[in-house]
Design a protein around this ligand. Structure first.
Ligand SMILES: Nc1ncnc2c1ncn2[C@@H]1O[C@H](COP(=O)(O)OP(=O)(O)OP(=O)(O)O)[C@@H](O)[C@H]1O
Ligand SMILES: [Mg+2]
Length: 444
């Protein structure tokens, strides 16, 4: 796929040896659909072609994800031999966080995962320049974000660079840390009229009159995702007098329209991608059936990435989620709970699949919270503990006893923030049966 109209941005991405002194980080910032991922991928490819080692993560928006989900992706290519070079306590902590070993007995020493990762990447960068690349930084799980910020603080002279992309909003902690060095921020903006014309022709084989093109650019404000969606609509309607077409006035309305025209099975596929990060093809097939998965691939709304699958665009998943009913979401969480193979994730899906209190589930969630805590996944520990407390029957809090007390302990410890970077800032821990509504709003 060719990239149109981004010569300046591509020159910065290609010209800049991220990781060299004076070029610590590059951050792409822009609104949904404006083309950040497209540029981020080009940056990753450019780095790889220069024989830079790239460690990458593309987190999704779903709540149900593994503790340290982002870090697990980033460290995917980190071999056992490379980990073996770490001091034993750091290695054990990092292997626990990456789910490559059972959690250490008791809690992980605060900072052990952070130190382990920092030592590992500095070791790698001694041999070959390294780029840590994260797309959709705004969705990186907190535990992983803390680890990256910690590593960034200690990069020193190592040849480690960061290639980041995120939606507009407050700068993340990682960026604030990096800003002490040298960061280039690229504001990704509108495509020009000429670029939109080329994109519609190259991607969709669509050529339209100049007045209509002008209208498309005006309505979409040069947003490529939006312009492509309008292009698809124009193609579907095969109109000669397209000037008469009423154009929806937001990307969401546009995607909502496309979603409504898709078969129900394909909508289920998209909803499943919204409800679970780390969705494997086999798991998705169990949820939606292989015909629906094939149809979704055929309709080009589903992308396969190795053994994982995701919506071709996060906005499509977000719209599928927004337009689904609570019942549909519960059903999918229920199936996911049966087919995923990692207990904390399974417990989370069970919690999201069920209504009302459930003592057994509360104990299970409390155990999952303890396991996440033992691996050093503080944010997930707090989330799971919160779910555990929400599932605890009001009148039987005393009988659930140790499990619930454990969950409260986990949550309190981490909310207080004893690690190198305090987490769960400002988040309260509910008591069983008390303040549930507020807590539920936070947990969902
Ligand atoms: N310069 C470009 N040339 C051709 N196609 C583009 C260009 N920029 C974006 N696109 C296309 O537009 C769509 C949206 O782009 P992309 O996914 O990169 O947006 P994004 O900024 O990452 O959005 P989000 O914030 O929702 O993740 C994709 O289908 C992409 O292929
Ligand atoms: Mg993107």
């Amino acid at each position: 796929m060719s990239i149109v109209g981004r010569e300046r941005e591509l020159a910065s991405l290609r010209g800049r040896a991220v990781g060299e002194p004076g070029a610590r980080a590059l951050v792409l910032v822009g609104e949904p659909g404006i083309g950040k991922t497209t540029l981020w991928e080009a940056g990753v490819a450019a780095a790889r072609s220069r024989r830079v080692r790239v460690m990458a993560a593309r987190p999704g928006e779903s709540e149900a994800r593994l503790p340290f989900a982002g870090l697990i992706d980033i460290c995917e290519g980190l071999g056992a031999a490379e980990l073996a070079e770490l001091p034993a306590p750091q290695r054990r902590a990092l292997e626990g966080a990456l789910l490559r070993a059972d959690p250490a007995a008791g809690s992980v020493h605060a900072g052990a995962v952070e130190f382990g990762f920092g030592t590992a990447v500095r070791g790698l960068a001694a041999g070959v320049p390294l780029v840590i690349a994260v797309d959709d930084l705004q969705w990186l799980d907190r535990s992983s974000a803390d680890v990256l910020a910690f590593a960034a603080r200690r990069v020193g002279d190592a040849r480690i660079g960061f290639l980041l992309a995120r939606r507009p909003g407050r700068a993340t902690e990682l960026e604030r840390v990096l800003e002490r060095g040298s960061v280039a921020r690229i504001e990704v903006g509108a495509l020009t009229l000429g670029a939109v014309r080329r994109m519609l022709r190259e991607r969709l084989g669509l050529t339209i009159s100049r007045p209509l093109l002008r209208r498309v650019v005006e309505v979409t404000q040069g947003n490529p995702l939006f312009a492509l969606e309008i292009g698809r609509l124009l193609l579907e309607q095969a109109v000669a007098a397209a000037d008469e077409i009423p154009l929806p006035d937001s990307v969401e309305a546009m995607l909502g329209g496309r979603l409504a025209r898709l078969p129900a099975g394909v909508r289920t596929v998209l909803l499943a991608t919204a409800l679970s990060d780390d969705l494997r093809l086999g798991v998705l097939t169990a949820v939606a059936g292989s015909d629906a998965v094939d149809e979704a691939l055929h309709a080009e709304v589903l992308a396969v990435d190795g053994e994982y699958v995701r919506a071709v665009h996060p906005l499509l998943a977000a719209v599928a989620r927004k337009r689904s009913t609570v019942r549909e979401r519960r059903e999918i969480h229920g199936v996911l709970a049966r087919v995923v193979d990692h207990e904390p994730l399974r417990a989370r899906h069970l919690a999201l699949a069920s209504t009302g209190a459930n003592e057994q589930l509360a104990s299970r969630l409390a155990a999952a919270a303890r396991e996440a805590s033992a691996r050093g996944g503080r944010q997930q520990a707090v989330n799971l503990a919160t779910h555990a407390l929400l599932k605890t029957p009001v009148d039987s809090a005393a009988s659930v006893g140790p499990a619930v007390r454990g969950a409260r302990g986990v949550a309190r410890r981490h909310v207080a923030g004893s690690g190198p970077a305090a987490v769960g800032r400002g988040r309260g821990v509910p008591k069983p049966g008390r303040g549930r509504r507020a807590a539920r709003a936070r947990a969902h």
